[in-house]
Design a protein around this ligand. Structure first.
Ligand SMILES: [Zn+2]
Length: 320
């Protein structure tokens, strides 16, 4: 099969759901299947296979009509062997998942990191379509990223490229989940934002968010609602987080000087309207000037399908 008759499968494996897409070579979504991740259920390879099979079935495609299967995992993946390192939010019983899938499906199978692949998809079909060098910055529970240069994902010598959440922005700063101190995500992730708001409330500050948020995870939507209501504490914390995000963008600019930084993730999707202008203004006001002022800071466009589309891109569809 050639051209748009080719089919690729992209799978986004997350802590709560597994999304499998069947896509054409031009990135059109032909079929989709979403299943709930069952951390007490069958082996992960079995759960992923069921999602793939269900997606293929709904498009009446047999597996030998498929040109490749890409799988995105929420953790560390060895880009050479596909071996899974630490996958924090998922019960993975077999770290050679890629080998098990290759035994099961007679087509090329590749595995990659979810945030890396989300960035790749944005370059293929989303905000970065016309950019050459792109860094993705996804702000949620942590801060993930990805680096794409000339349409190709860069994973680095040790598969650490794009781990921008662990750039150290303040020496001896707050403890990060990785064990180091002062990491970017310990300062500007939703987790860090939530901790700062809770500290403010504990210190006696008034906040609209205090009502109904006790003991519960603070959702990004609750943050945007509080911003819209003019909540002083939340506005202050989000302004500071935007400052750290601007410092992150500046650091990336000084290392890689990309055409574009694409920002996404739950916090940006909910609060981007407030945060992006602050980030943009601070980056533009930087004392360290380039020869031109061309860096674009843009919000991601692909939403929930980004990671699965990026997984499909891993196995072949061209990005030209
Ligand atoms: Zn860290």
């Amino acid at each position: 099969m050639a051209g748009d008759e080719q089919r690729f499968v992209g799978v986004d494996v997350g802590g709560t759901k597994i999304l499998a897409l069947v896509v054409s070579a031009s990135g059109e979504v032909i079929a989709r299947k979403k299943r709930t991740t069952d951390n007490d259920g069958p082996p992960m390879v079995e759960q992923i296979s069921r999602a793939i099979d269900a997606a293929l079935e709904s498009d009446s495609v047999s597996v030998d009509q498929v040109s490749g299967i890409g799988v995105a995992m929420p953790g560390a993946v060895d880009s050479t062997t596909g071996y899974l390192g630490s996958v924090p939010n998922l019960k993975v019983d077999d770290h050679r998942l890629v080998d098990r899938l290759r035994e099961r499906y007679p087509v090329p199978v590749e595995v990659g990191n979810d945030v890396n692949l989300g960035t790749l998809a944005e370059c293929w079909l989303g905000a970065g379509r016309d950019a050459q060098t792109v860094v993705g910055m996804f702000v949620g529970t942590g801060i993930g990223g990805g680096v794409v240069i000339d349409g190709r994902l860069r994973t680095g010598a040790e598969d650490l490229a794009g781990e921008i959440g662990h750039m150290v922005l303040t020496a001896d700063g707050p403890q990060c989940g990785c064990g180091n101190r002062g990491c970017f995500e310990a300062l500007a992730s939703r987790t860090a934002i939530e901790a700062a708001i809770r500290d403010g409330i504990a210190a006696g500050r008034e906040s609209t968010i205090a009502r109904g948020a006790e003991g519960e995870r603070m959702k990004s939507r609750a943050l945007s609602d509080a911003l819209a209501a003019g909540d002083e504490l939340v506005t202050e914390v989000m302004t500071r987080a935007s400052h750290y995000l601007a410092l992150g963008v500046l650091t990336i600019r000084h290392v890689l000087d990309p055409d574009m930084v694409i920002m996404g993730g739950g916090v940006i999707e909910a609060c981007g309207e407030f945060m992006l202008p602050l980030i943009e203004a601070e980056v533009r006001a930087s004392c360290m000037r380039g020869s031109r002022d061309t860096l674009r800071i843009t919000q991601s466009e692909l939403g929930d399908y980004a990671v699965a589309l990026g997984a499909a891109a891993l196995v072949g569809p061209t990005m030209s």
